[in-house]
Write a protein that binds this ligand. Structure first.
Ligand code: FAD
Length: 474
């Protein structure tokens, strides 16, 4: 058995997104020797390409702007969007620690835009955004910290298998690697030998932080057959399920795998996340309307949660049109300018020109907008239940902008069951010794659907918990 292991360390982290790097920092700061393994040539996963929005109750920006919020209120919003499938103990813990997670990123040097957003399904503005919407700055701040702490990050190393002993305890990992990395490890083990398959022993524990499976067409169509390769995804290409299945193979408990979230703001005229999605998310949905081109009528409360809005478009059966006027478009001018150049957003001097361009029934769009504008002057919700508190100015200032929207796979709320100590649970509802998990590879927190800006703080909250507990494992 001595020859089986190529080397050892105290805590092995698999995955270098927000969850994995948070775990690595905490585990090292708790005194453990740590190695991070990442299958891709670059670190960061979906975190790197994210918009950097973090939702948290009682956060520093809410305090500056006098917005009243509470963890209880946050929990209620999360449970509503999750259709009550959420595990309440995890939601409660997340809600109480989300604001600390934001402050922790600030302590690492991450800076935030002086803006507070309210996304669909949140009952108050509570989302702070990393400067320039740049999720990659979170990864840079975390990797800088790990560098200071002397923690090596080995890229091009893919977890193939979790190694267990006769009692079922996770004792290490089997990785395949595509090239030798030069990172020097501050531990007592020898440096990693240059073979293709490597067995690394974890003297304390393994933390699985391999993210979601939004890009894994085979796995996701098995869970939800309608989400085949005709539906695009916003995720990075490495968002696949092999980390998750490695845990399932040692009898970890799966949760909610078929609840796959689509982003209603996906632009039908570009692939991946793109720039149109940002315009739709930050401008069209908060300040405009969503219209079915076949009828010229609205189809949903534009402030509903992502699941409700995506389902409304999918039920229409074709791309729907997001419309906003000049005033609303000022909320996201950068992506507007770039999408106008590429034709993903179209500009019109009048609503009637816009309706004609999309073959809407004559005058239907003018009627829809007149009804909508009347609502913005009346008390009470509209016929879709749109909350009067979300009212913005009427759609009346030309030019008008239109974008074709078709949902894209964005997030996988299902995954491994963990407890409040981030221990992975088995099929008999017992923790699997030596195995922790955090981030999108886990399930149960968001239930049927996640609210905007809730993934990154959740990765940090549970990543930090996983790292501390992994380091404390005897
Ligand atoms: C375009 C986009 C925008 C988003 N914007 C926001 C936002 O503004 N706010 C928000 O809260 N959420 C946002 N999200 C969601 C959020 O980014 C993710 O849920 C979160 O980053 C997941 O973090 P993670 O650490 O769990 O996984 P990731 O960041 O995806 O990291 C997992 C890492 O594990 C690696 N990996 C996978 N399998 C293996 C393996 N077998 N062996 C070794 N390594 C492996 C992957 O390559 C990856 O690098 C966005 C998502 C996308 C796609």
């Amino acid at each position: 058995m001595a020859d089986f292991w190529n080397t050892s360390t105290d805590v092995i982290i698999i995955g270098s997104g927000a969850a994995g790097l948070s775990a690595a920092i905490e585990a090292r700061q708790a005194g453990a020797f740590v190695r991070v393994f990442e299958k891709r040539p670059v670190t960061g996963g979906n975190t790197r390409i994210s918009d950097g929005g973090l939702s948290a109750p009682d956060n520093f920006m809410q305090k500056q702007q006098g917005v009243t919020d509470s963890p209880q209120r946050f929990c209620k919003d999360i449970l509503r969007a999750g259709l009550g499938l959420n595990h309440p103990d995890l939601v409660d813990l997340f809600a109480r620690q989300a604001s600390d997670a934001v402050d922790w990123t600030r302590s690492l040097g991450v800076r935030y835009t002086a803006r507070l957003d309210q996304f669909g399904g949140h009952s108050v503005p509570r989302t702070v955004t990393i400067e320039n919407n740049a999720g990659h700055t979170l990864i840079t701040a975390m990797t800088n910290r790990l560098h200071q702490l002397g923690v090596p990050i080995h890229t091009r190393h893919t977890l193939d298998r979790l190694v267990t002993d006769a009692s079922g305890r996770v004792t290490g990992v089997c990785l395949s690697c595509s090239e030798k990395t030069s990172a020097a490890a501050p531990d007592s083990g020898t440096d990693i030998s240059p073979c293709r398959i490597r067995h690394i022993r974890a003297d304390r524990a393994v933390v699985l932080a391999t993210g979601g499976f939004g890009s894994d067409v085979a796995f996701r169509t098995c869970q939800a057959p309608r989400l085949d390769d005709t539906i695009d995804s916003t995720n990075h290409s490495g968002a696949t399920a092999e980390g998750l299945t490695a845990a399932l193979k040692i009898h970890a408990m799966p949760l909610h795998l078929s609840w796959i979230q689509l982003g209603p703001w996906g632009c039908a005229d570009e692939s991946g996340y793109g720039k149109g999605a940002r315009f739709a998310a930050y401008s069209v949905f908060p300040a405009g309307i969503l219209v079915d081109p076949f009828t010229g009528g609205r189809i949903v409360n534009e402030w509903a949660d992502r699941r409700q809005r995506s389902d409304a478009i999918l039920n229409a059966g074709h791309a729907c049109i997001g419309i906003v006027d000049h005033t609303g478009a000022q909320k996201e001018v950068d992506s507007l300018a770039s999408c106008l150049k590429t034709g993903k957003i179209r500009q019109f001097d009048s609503l009637s020109d816009l309706g004609t361009a999309f073959n809407m029934p004559a005058e239907s769009l003018e009627q829809t907008v007149a009804e909508y504008n009347l609502w913005t002057t009346c008390p009470g919700p509209d016929r879709f239940g749109k909350d009067p508190k979300t009212k913005t100015s009427p759609l009346e200032t030309p030019p008008f902008y239109a974008i074709r929207l078709w949902p894209k796979i964005h997030y996988t709320p299902g995954g491994l069951q963990i407890d409040t100590r981030a221990r992975v649970m088995d099929l008999s509802h017992r923790p699997i010794p030596g195995l922790f998990a955090a981030g999108e590879v886990t399930g149960g927190i968001h239930g049927a659907g996640r609210l905007g800006g809730c993934a990154l703080p959740e990765c940090i909250v549970f990543g930090r918990i996983a790292g501390r507990n992994a380091a404390a494992t005897g």
